[in-house]
Ligand binder design. Structure first.
Ligand SMILES: N[C@@H](CCC(=O)N[C@@H](CS)C(=O)NCC(=O)O)C(=O)O
Length: 226
């Protein structure tokens, strides 16, 4: 039996969370090592010269299929292809990439919000919710309306669906009624949440991480020294 993929990251969501989601959606078990000290991070950095662990000195780092992978987007694409969540042809793959990149842009805004000074937080959250409602969610609502299918691409469950659900849940944590004007996204959310592997990941006790709190922010600041 192949070894479980191993993930190295801080003990929280950040850039690793979408990787956790995609593995979970594919029904793949994984191990995690949490970086909580500068020493752990420096140890990974030093390993760079010997076995290419941190290619550009950054995490996420994922060990899978005998490789040490960095760069979130590359890792996600590899997993999507490996677990058959990447469309049936180049054109479907392209659309999945476009949709996943869009939701990733939205999630990066949320990810970085936790590190803003307290006086900027409220305004920043309002901006993110507005962007979700005016730029991102209308696009996905229209896609679902136009083709009338259950999934975003090719009427088949893909990485794009996994990541859109992740993004919807993240924005709902900022504003619980954000989907009120998006009936098809509401139905999409219910449908995708009910896929057995996703349902399992949404249960308490899974490897899904909670929203960032001050402890998480302190750990990241401490490890990366900023
Ligand atoms: N393009 C990279 C960016 C990775 C990145 O910025 N990682 C941060 C932690 S979330 C990091 O390791 N920063 C340390 C540094 O850049 O020196 C990716 O998407 O994986």
């Amino acid at each position: 039996m192949a070894a479980k993929p191993k993930l190295w990251y801080f003990p929280g969501r950040g850039r690793m969370e979408s990787i956790r989601w995609l593995l979970a959606a594919a029904g793949v078990e994984f191990e995690e090592e949490f970086l909580e000290t500068r020493e752990q991070y420096e140890k990974l950095q030093k390993a760079q010269t010997t076995d290419g662990r941190l290619l550009f000195g950054q995490v996420p780092l994922v060990e899978i299929d005998g490789m040490m992978l960095t760069q979130t987007r590359a890792i996600l694409s590899y997993l999507a292809a490996k677990y058959n969540l990447y469309g049936k042809d180049l054109k479907e793959t392209l659309r999945i990439n476009m949709y996943a990149d869009g939701t990733q842009d939205l999630m990066v805004m949320i990810m970085t919000a936790a590190f803003k000074p307290p006086e900027e937080k409220e305004e920043n959250i309002a901006l993110i919710v507005t962007k979700a409602k005016t730029r991102y969610f209308p696009v996905f609502e229209k896609i679902l309306k136009d083709h009338g299918e259950d999934f975003l691409v090719g009427n088949k469950f893909s990485w794009a669906d996994v990541q859109l659900l992740e993004a919807i849940l993240m924005v709902e944590e900022l504003n619980a009624s954000v989907l009120s004007d998006f009936p098809l996204l509401k139905a999409f959310k219910a449908r995708i949440s009910n896929i057995p592997t996703i349902k399992k990941f949404l249960q308490p006790g899974s490897q899904r991480k909670p929203p960032p709190d001050s402890r998480y922010v302190d750990v990241v600041r401490h490890v990366l020294q900023f």
